[in-house]
Design a protein around this ligand. Structure first.
Ligand code: SF4
Length: 85
């Protein structure tokens, strides 16, 4: 519920800073919001929980939340014994 007396929330300095940091991180990783062919975060070795649509990426250069359908240049296939149907 919006209240006309309250100021509209705006991003703070910390948000601008984090936004820039994360943008650089994403650019370094060539991170995109779509799969690259059959490659996507959900079937990448570094995607923490393959059952979730959003999960933690534990690649040492990222360590952020990513979407199951995203992709980056550091995508790596899971060892066969880890793959799930
Ligand atoms: S390394 Fe890249 S492709 Fe793999 S989960 Fe992380 S962001 Fe996705």
């Amino acid at each position: 519920m919006a209240n006309d007396d309250l100021p509209v929330p705006e991003p703070k300095e910390i948000d601008e800073k984090l936004s820039i940091q994360l943008r650089h991180l994403a650019e370094d990783a060539v991170l995109r919001g779509d799969p690259y062919g059959a490659e996507k975060c959900q079937n990448c070795l570094f995607y923490m929980n393959v059952d979730e649509k959003i999960s933690y990426c534990w690649h040492p250069k990222l360590r952020i939340l990513v979407g199951a359908q995203w992709w980056c240049q550091w995508w790596e296939a899971m060892p066969a014994e880890m793959e799930r149907g």
